[in-house]
Ligand binder design. Structure first.
Ligand SMILES: Cc1cc2nc3c(=O)[nH]c(=O)nc-3n(C[C@H](O)[C@H](O)[C@H](O)COP(=O)(O)OP(=O)(O)OC[C@H]3O[C@@H](n4cnc5c(N)ncnc54)[C@H](O)[C@@H]3O)c2cc1C
Length: 516
């Protein structure tokens, strides 16, 4: 069913069993699980079925701290949400991402990776990926011509990615939602406030406004916030009628730990031969499934060197004539300090035992793009601006902050990877200058995120350390849950949507129990 909230009489009371706020990847994933069920599900979407500049403007916010993309451009505000322009890169988080790592403050999920496996398998179907296969050996069994670089698995490994078509939730799932007899989609229904009961133990109702000046009330037994990472925090903070600091914010955690993936061009890999074995692994199609490998460091190396998790994609390219003449070939033991210097230039003498290796054939060059997790940081946060949007809601204010751990991890990652690539005779890695700078150096102008917003309502069983519990229910509020990457305690290096869809399906199972 579908109703345009603008067509309702002002002051309408909408009632159901389950109410989902936001119809993007997370909200639609939850709603699809309820199609045909014996419960009345309300799906409240701020936008309509098409892009509308006036609604998009509601996302405008303030950026302080590190430079970031304009917030009104970083998320889409209509049915289907940001899947209207996501790229579809998908990978699972790694087991180490769920562990408490003593060198990564605030790390650790309340459950191990294995717990998510059945939900990942279901999420692959929602995102129209191939089989739930993210293990390089499994792809090799399917196609023996796929051979990864021969690296020591105790040091480096090939992490598999798959590509969603990409699934545009707004078009792919519109019919399933609109034709459902029990899921009732309300478009142009912007939730502006969450009203809790007097004792602040449960949500009573939601206030919905339209740009045309109508206000409606929505009541349900259970509520799910799925309005995206920044908007979920904004809505909780702005719901401060009874709780002055905002809902779920008794411990000043809502909005904190905002995380991005640091996606930055970081260097090149020049292989030792024109066509070394293994390169097919780094982009291939298997039937309808598009997949590729990326290079990553083994968990043991991350532990030993106290690194953040990262993965690096290989895009075939070439070297400019200038780069060719200045390309510095280094043996494994000097990879760490390798810089672009003309061969034979002053100060270029190799350490004892080091022999510069000149390639016999023109090397095959891959440009390296790193995706590194950002360490959880309470100072990296979303708060409310003093400016308000057209519906009277305070705008979001993003203060994105990074730490020396984030910066230093890049260099250490490439030192370890470069050494292994050289040792194994695969080729040589050259890092960009900024990667070699000390951890407290300013970030280069190329600093960029992957458009991935995570954190702000992090998951932790202890209410003093997390906004939601291990089931994704807001601590202290019996009927309010959060779906989306806002609940991630750490970011891992994989793009977030596969994991957030998996968590949304898991949340649906929990809601089924809550609504019996
Ligand atoms: C350019 C780009 C490329 C990307 N590429 C990838 C990729 O390759 N791989 C990957 O994993 N991820 C990628 N992402 C991120 C991906 O799009 C997000 O992870 C995903 O869409 C988040 O899902 P969500 O449901 O939490 O939020 P959204 O998809 O943004 O959905 C939120 C929904 O809530 C609605 N809403 C917001 N506020 C309210 C309110 N107050 N009341 C009612 N409704 C509201 C919005 O209109 C929207 O429909 C990319 C993002 C961008 C911008």
């Amino acid at each position: 069913m579908h109703t345009d909230a603008r067509a309702l009489e002002d002051g309408t009371l909408i009632e159901g069993d389950l109410c989902i706020v936001g119809a993007g990847a997370a909200g639609i994933s939850v709603a699809l699980e309820w199609v045909g069920a014996r419960r009345r599900v309300l799906l409240l979407e701020s936008g309509g079925f098409e892009y509308d500049a006036r609604l998009q403007e509601l996302y405008r916010g303030e950026i302080v701290g590190l430079p970031y993309y304009p917030l009104q451009a970083a998320r889409l505000h209509y049915f289907g949400g940001t899947t209207g322009h996501w790229a579809g890169f998908c990978a699972t988080l790694d087991p180490i991402d769920f562990e408490r790592r003593d060198w990564v403050p605030h790390s650790g999920w309340p459950f191990p990776r294995a717990h998510l496996d059945p939900y990942y398998a279901r999420a692959c179907r929602v995102l129209e990926l191939g089989p739930y296969a993210f293990d390089v050996a499994e792809w090799q069994r399917r196609d023996p011509t796929l051979v990864p670089f021969s690296l020591d698995p105790a040091v480096a490994w090939t992490k598999m990615w798959q590509f969603s078509p990409p699934t545009r939730f707004g078009t792919r799932y519109r019919d399933a939602i609109v034709r459902s007899p029990n899921v009732h989609l309300y478009t142009h229904a912007t939730v502006c406030e969450i009203d809790a009961n007097e004792s602040l133990t449960a949500v009573d109702e939601l206030r919905v406004r339209t740009l045309e000046g109508k206000t409606h009330r929505v009541r349900a037994r259970q509520y799910v916030l799925a309005a995206s990472t920044i908007q979920n925090a904004r809505l909780l903070l702005a719901s401060n009628r009874r709780a002055a600091a905002g809902l779920g914010n008794a411990h000043d955690l809502v909005g904190r730990y905002f995380m991005e993936h640091l996606e930055m061009p970081s260097g090149v890999l020049a292989t030792s031969g024109a066509r070394p074995p293994g390169t097919a692994m780094y982009a291939f199609e298997f039937g309808r499934t598009k997949a590729r490998g990326e290079l990553a460091l083994a968990a043991g190396v991350q532990r030993e060197r106290r690194l953040l998790n990262a993965t690096v994609s290989l895009t075939p390219g070439g070297l400019t004539e200038e780069a060719k003449s200045t390309f510095q070939w280094a043996t494994p033991d000097v990879v760490d300090g390798m810089r672009a210097r003309p061969a034979g230039a002053a100060g270029d003498s190799a350490p004892a035992g080091d022999t510069a290796v000149a390639p016999r054939e023109e090397p095959r060059v891959f440009h390296l793009l790193t995706r590194q997790e950002q360490a959880p940081n309470p100072a990296s946060r979303v708060t409310l601006s003093t400016a308000r949007d057209a519906l009277g809601v305070p705008r979001a204010r993003l203060d994105w902050r990074l730490t020396p751990l984030d910066r230093g991890s890049f260099r250490a990652f490439y030192a370890a990877l470069g050494r292994e690539v050289g040792r194994a005779g695969v080729g040589r890695v050259r890092m960009r200058e900024w990667v070699l700078e000390p951890p407290d150096a300013p970030w280069p102008a190329s600093l960029g995120g992957g458009w991935h917003h995570m954190g702000t309502t992090r998951m932790h069983d202890d209410p003093t350390r997390g906004v939601v519990d291990a089931q994704c229910r807001v601590h202290g509020l019996a009927n309010l849950w959060v779906a989306g990457a806002a609940v991630f305690p750490t970011a891992g290096c994989a793009n977030p949507t596969l994991t957030l869809v998996a968590l949304s399906l898991r949340l649906s199972d929990r809601l089924r129990e809550a609504l019996t």
